[in-house]
Write a protein that binds this ligand. Structure first.
Ligand code: SAM
Length: 322
C-alpha cells in the first residue's frame, strides 16, 4: 500500500466509465452542450484490468462507477461483470437515474447493492432548467423500481441559491418517506465555476445555512460516519438519516482516500489539482511489468492531494468522475 506523510492512502476508486452524459447540468457544464464520449476511451476489458492492478498496487477496497453518465455507456455491463469477482468490499454506481428503469436488470444481475442517484429538484420545470436534459417523471419511476428491487439508494442534491434552495425541504421529506438517504453536496468550484467566482458565490449554500433551514422543521442529531467518509451524517430520530458533503465549509482533505480514473486512462489523485497520470500504456502489460510502474505513478498522484482544504479545480466533474 502507498501512504503519504499524513498517513493517507488510496482506498476508494472512482472510475468514470464515459465522459458522455445525457444531461448538461448548469453547475457541471457551462454552455448547455452535452458531452460526447472521447474518441480514446478505454475498452471495458482495459478498465477492468486497470481496477485489478489498482487493487493490487494501491490497496483499493471500494469502487464507485461514475461519469459522465455511466448508464449511457455500452461498456456498463461488461465492466460490471468484470469487476464483480475482484474481491472488492463494495461496488456502487452514481447515476442521474434517467435510464435506471431500463438498466436495472443489468445492475441487479451484476449483484450491485447500492445506488447514488443525483436529483436536484422535484419540480419538473426546474428539473429541465438545471439538468438541461432528461425528464423528472422517468427518474422518479426508475427510483421506485430500484427500491422495489431491494437496492439501497442515496440521493445526491446540490442546493443552489436562486435555483433549488426551496427544494431542500421537499427533497428531504420525499427521501425520508421513501427510505432514501439524501446527501446535500455543497456546490464545488469546479470547471467554469472555478473561473467565475461571482457565479459561484451567488449560488453557493454552505452547511451552516442548510442545517439552520432544516432545523426549523426537523429536530436532528449528528450521527456516526466512518473516519474517511466525505459526508457528515445526521439523524432525524424516528424518520431517517441525511448527510452533507461540505467540501467548502468542512474540508475533508486530511482524510481523503479517493483516487479517480478517467475513461481515457488518466489517474487523478485530487480534484483540486490539474495534475494527472496516464496508465493506459500499462494495461496491456503483464502484472509483473505493470505493477512497479503503476506504483510510481500512484506515488505521484498521492503527492497531488491538498494538505488541508479543497480549493476548486479547472477540470469539469464529468471528465474525471464526480
Ligand atoms: N451522471 C452521474 C450523476 O449525475 O450522478 C455521475 C456523474 S456527476 C458529475 C456526479 C455528481 O457530481 C453529481 O451528483 C453531480 O451533482 C455532482 N457535481 C457535478 N458538478 C458539481 C459541482 N460543481 N459541485 C458539486 N457537485 C457537482
Amino acid at each position: 500500500m502507498i501512504v503519504d506523510r499524513q498517513g493517507r492512502s488510496f482506498r476508494n476508486l472512482r472510475v468514470s466509465l464515459t465522459a458522455a452524459c445525457n444531461y448538461a447540468c448548469t453547475y457541471c457544464v457551462p454552455d448547455g452542450k452535452r458531452l460526447v464520449a472521447a474518441q480514446d476511451e478505454l475498452s471495458a476489458e482495459a478498465l477492468v484490468r486497470a481496477v485489478a492492478y489498482l487493487i493490487e498496487a494501491a490497496g483499493i477496497e471500494r469502487l464507485r462507477i461514475t461519469g459522465g453518465e455511466p448508464l449511457v455507456s455500452p461498456r456498463l455491463e461488461p465492466f460490471l461483470q468484470g469487476v464483480r469477482d475482484l474481491g472488492l468490499v463494495e461496488i456502487g454506481i452514481t447515476t442521474n437515474g434517467q435510464l435506471l428503469a431500463r438498466k436495472l436488470p443489468i445492475l441487479i444481475d451484476a449483484g450491485l447493492h447500492r445506488l447514488n442517484v443525483s436529483l436536484d429538484t422535484l419540480d419538473a420545470g426546474r428539473f429541465r432548467e438545471i439538468a438541461r436534459g432528461g425528464d423528472l417523471r422517468t427518474v422518479l419511476d426508475g427510483l421506485q423500481q430500484a427500491r422495489a428491487a431491494g437496492l439501497k439508494i442515496k440521493l445526491n442534491m446540490v442546493p443552489m441559491r436562486g435555483q433549488n434552495l426551496d427544494q431542500v425541504l421537499p427533497m428531504l421529506e420525499y427521501s425520508l418517506e421513501q427510505g432514501f438517504e439524501l446527501r446535500f453536496i455543497e456546490l464545488m468550484r469546479m470547471g467554469h465555476l472555478a473561473r467565475d467566482a461571482s457565479a459561484f458565490q451567488q449560488r453557493f449554500v454552505g452547511i451552516a445555512e442548510l442545517l439552520e433551514l432544516i432545523g426549523r422543521h426537523h429536530a436532528y442529531v449528528q450521527a456516526d460516519a466512518p473516519l474517511d467518509a466525505t459526508a457528515l451524517r445526521y439523524e432525524i430520530p424516528g424518520r431517517g438519516f441525511f448527510g452533507v458533503i461540505a467540501n467548502e465549509s468542512v474540508p475533508f482533505c486530511r482524510t481523503c482516500s479517493r483516487l479517480r480514473l478517467s475513461s481515457t486512462g488518466w489517474l487523478h489523485g485530487c480534484l483540486s489539482s490539474t495534475n494527472r497520470h496516464y496508465i493506459g500504456d500499462l494495461l496491456d502489460k503483464s502484472r509483473d511489468e505493470a505493477l512497479p510502474a503503476l506504483q510510481q505513478r500512484l506515488l505521484r498522484a498521492l503527492a497531488d492531494k491538498q494538505e488541508v482544504a479543497f480549493s476548486g479545480g479547472a477540470t469539469i466533474m464529468k471528465i474525471i468522475g464526480g
